[in-house]
Design a protein around this ligand. Sequence first.
Ligand code: URA
Length: 221
Amino acid sequence: MLSRDDVFNELGIGPVWRLRETPASPLSTLDARLSTPHTWDTLAEAVAHCTACKLHASRTQGVLGVGDRHADWLIIGEAPGAEEDAQGEPFVGQAGRLLDAMLASIGLARGQNVYITNVLKSRPPGNRNPEPDEVSACRPYLLAQIDLIQPRLILALGRVAAQSLLDTDEAIGHLRGRAHQFRGVPLVVTYHPAYLLRKPTEKALAWEDLCLARRLMQAAS
Ligand code: URA
């Protein structure tokens, strides 16, 4: 039987991560918007009242995230859309329904060992792409969430999430299908559900990514 290290080696990824024992880097780099040590309450409060970027002027509300706050699986999308902005929860629209189906295909369900959030907590007007200053302004919140959740695996949905987490401009077609890491946490990139709705033929590749993520999770557990 393959050991956990064998599986990681087979997948071409580095040392075994002991995520629970090795917390992400200290959050002392977070700016003064978050008290240290932060809690879910201080984080929610900070996001609700955040004016760190221009998006606060047009959003209905900040959308922090949803799900199990001790989840092994952390799913990170791009930014709230119109329905998410109205309801205050990520991925509640059509793309969200596809995301739920993707999760179900590997035996997962929203809120059960899964936490879902976005790179941006505020909706960009007209659903335009996030701008670099907006991603930077929101980053402390994402780092704080990762610090609080201590996930065993991150699934990055789409180009914006993948490139901003991995700090690269490599195309998503090259980033998907292999294992990365973010601050010591294994990270898998796959296509955004909104893209899969437009291009259903790519669902087979997304399925491969989900299977890779599941294998990594099994190996880490
Ligand atoms: N797309 C995203 O990236 N996030 C959402 O919450 C909804 C749609």
